[in-house]
Structure formats: structure tokens, C-alpha cells
Design a binder for this molecule. Structure first.
Ligand code: NAD
Length: 312
């Protein structure tokens, strides 16, 4: 991405700037394109304070850290790379899922501490794993990532059901390495049916005002089901989640995103039934490449007429 921008005549600065120094940095360097991920807040204050800004780009999907409507009102270009990391998030879902059904999240915590003295005890407690093949996965939110999860799940031999009101039926094409492909036609199921029928539930909806899964929804899930949230913190009620893990209603759960990110609650971090990752869903080497190239393509297309500085 950087090479493409430089080839097109842009000066690229790749620096870490503290949030409180962002406006003065942008002004001092006359930055016209600001490219950020999820951590940098680009609110009205930054937009008002930086008259040179012509474009704000988000490497990734969710734009909740950018005052999008306000920036557009002011005539700025707002771009993102929604499709670049769908497969990366979907693979992380399966990393958590395949680990969870074999208790790897717990084994990885306990083996370094007790593996030498209590090997047989650990073997006994973690030898009750289950398999993914033949199980039902319920996908809430059937957009780019939801569909990428469905492709892997179908490949693994799972039954896939989904709930998404805006997407009543969807063809899913699974492409194989040798050019062959297989098509599945899936239909949305009512939310309550998905809760009741799924062995595993994974969430792929945008940020919401209130949790999609709370105590009442967990109550309707199968005994021993598992829940995975790689979408946004707050979409699963974390208190209800911990209660359900402690009560044995859920066999395990996985979180890549947290209500109180970047300082997840200690009760979440210390909960043995949780497989945890620090919001790395989109962060693979391949996705970084795709994101960089896609942002560069759009910046060049939108700003090439002007000799600009792209600050990343
Ligand atoms: P998308 O817009 O392609 O799909 C979202 C889907 O959710 C849409 O089809 C929409 O109709 C549906 N939806 C919205 N509200 C719903 C509800 N209450 N119930 C059922 N369906 C609902 O988005 P995407 O690219 O698939 O991304 C999904 C989520 O993943 C976003 O929240 C995004 O921020 C998050 N994400 C996380 C990471 C990570 O690092 N963990 C990386 C990328 C994206």
C-alpha cells in the first residue's frame, strides 16, 4: 500500500501519534489523508481543527471511531476496507471454536503450571472434548464475515443456520484450491429458533445500542452450547455470560471484543471458561496487505489530482 502511494507521488508518514496530539500533528504536517484503524478517535473536534484534511480512511470495517456523517457534511471523503478482513475474522472464530471444544483455552492455562506434576489429572479433566463435524452453528448477522464463517463451517461438515432480517436467503459459494466450487442455498431462521437449535452461536452484527445476547437469550440456548463474539464489545452482556459459564449452561465462550475495551473486566479475564483474544480478528499479515493496498487504491483514486501528504 505504501509503495503504491509513493509511486503515485504521495508522501507517506507511518507514525504513532497520541490522541491528544493528533490535531496538532495533522496541522503541522499539512496532512490531507488520515488513515487509521479502530483505536484512533476522529471526532468532530479533529475534523474542525484540521482544515487540510480531505480524506479519512479506516483500515477495516466498523467506523464507530469516526464522525462519518459530520465529516461527509464537511465535504471530506470517508473510506474503509470492509471486505479485506472477513476471512481473517472467520478463521479466528474457528480458532476459538476448535480450541474450545477440546478445552485448549483451559489446557493452555494449566499445562505450564501443573503439566509436569498433574499430567494424568489434567488429561482426565480435558479428555471430554467434542467435535465440530455434524454440529449446528448459528450465525447472527449474515453479512461479509457471517458468510465467511458459513463457508468454513460447511467445509468442516457443520449444519449452518443464520438470522439476519435484511438477508432472507443467501447463496453461499465455497471455492476450493483447485478451482472447483460448491453452492449452498441458505435461508434466515427466526432468532428464537437459532437460539434453541444451535450448538455454537457466533455473532457478526454491527455495533448495537443494547446487547443482542443477554440472560434471557442465553436461557433459550441449548444446555452446554457455546458462544463466540468477535463483532463488537457490548453485543453480548458480559455479566450474563459469566453467570452462564459458572452455572454450566454454556460449556465455553470466546471473546475477541470487550465491553470495556481496552481494559476488559477482571472477571472476564480470569474466567476459566473463556477463550480470549485481544481484538485481533482482522489482524493477519494477509489482511494487513489487503487493507493497505485497498486504502492506497482508493486514496490514489480520490486524491491523485492534488499533490497530497497521506499520514498513516
Ligand atoms: P456486514 O455489514 O457485512 O454484516 C452485518 C450484518 O449484520 C448485516 O447483514 C446486517 O443486516 C446484520 N444485522 C444487523 N443487526 C442485526 C441483528 N440485530 N440481528 C441479526 N442481524 C443483524 O458487517 P461485517 O463486515 O460482516 O462485520 C460484522 C461485525 O464484525 C462488525 O461489528 C464489525 O465491526 C466486526 N468486526 C470485528 C473485527 C475484529 O477484529 N474482531 C474485524 C472486522 C469486523
Amino acid at each position: 500500500g505504501q509503495q503504491a502511494l509513493e509511486k503515485a507521488g504521495f508522501e507517506v508518514q507511518t507514525v504513532h501519534v497520541a490522541q491528544e496530539q493528533l490535531a496538532s500533528y495533522l496541522n503541522k504536517n499539512k496532512v490531507s489523508a488520515l488513515l487509521v484503524r479502530s483505536a484512533t478517535q476522529v471526532g468532530k473536534d479533529i475534523i474542525d481543527a484540521c482544515p487540510d484534511l480531505k480524506l479519512i480512511g479506516r483500515g477495516g470495517v466498523g467506523m464507530d471511531n469516526i464522525a462519518v456523517a459530520y465529516a461527509r457534511e464537511k465535504g471530506l471523503h470517508i473510506i474503509n476496507t470492509p471486505a479485506a478482513s472477513s476471512d481473517s475474522v472467520a478463521e479466528l472464530v474457528f480458532a476459538h471454536l476448535a480450541g474450545g471444544v477440546r478445552n485448549l483455552h483451559e489446557a493452555n492455562r494449566l499445562m505450564p503450571l501443573e503439566g509436569d506434576v498433574h499430567f494424568k489429572t489434567l488429561k482426565k479433566s480435558f479428555a471430554n472434548g467434542t467435535e465440530l463435524r455434524g454440529k449446528t452453528i448459528g450465525i447472527i448477522g449474515f453479512g461479509r464475515i457471517g458468510k465467511a464463517v458459513a463457508r468454513i463451517a460447511l467445509g468442516v461438515g457443520m449444519k449452518v443456520i443464520y438470522n439476519d432480517e435484511t438477508s432472507p436467503s443467501e447463496p453461499i459459494e465455497i471455492s476450493f484450491y483447485d478451482g472447483r466450487s460448491v453452492r449452498f442455498d441458505l435461508e434466515t431462521v427466526p432468532f428464537e429458533d437459532l437460539l434453541a437449535q444451535s450448538d455454537f452461536i457466533t455473532l457478526h452484527v454491527p455495533a448495537q445500542k443494547k446487547p443482542v445476547i443477554g440472560a434471557a437469550e442465553i436461557e433459550k440456548m441449548k444446555m452446554g452450547a457455546a458462544l463466540i463474539n468477535t463483532s463488537r464489545g457490548g453485543i453480548v452482556d458480559e455479566i450474563a455470560l459469566v453467570d452462564a459459564l459458572e452455572a454450566g449452561k454454556l460449556s465455553f465462550a470466546a471473546l475477541d471484543v470487550f465491553t470495556s475495551e481496552p481494559k476488559p473486566e477482571i472477571q472476564i479475564l480470569m474466567q476459566p471458561g473463556l477463550s480470549l483474544s485481544p481484538h485481533i480478528g482482522a489482524s493477519t499479515a494477509e489482511a494487513q496487505e489487503r487493507i493497505g493496498e485497498e486504502l492506497a487504491r482508493q486514496v490514489i483514486h480520490l486524491l491523485q489530482a492534488q499533490q497530497s501528504t497521506a499520514g498513516l
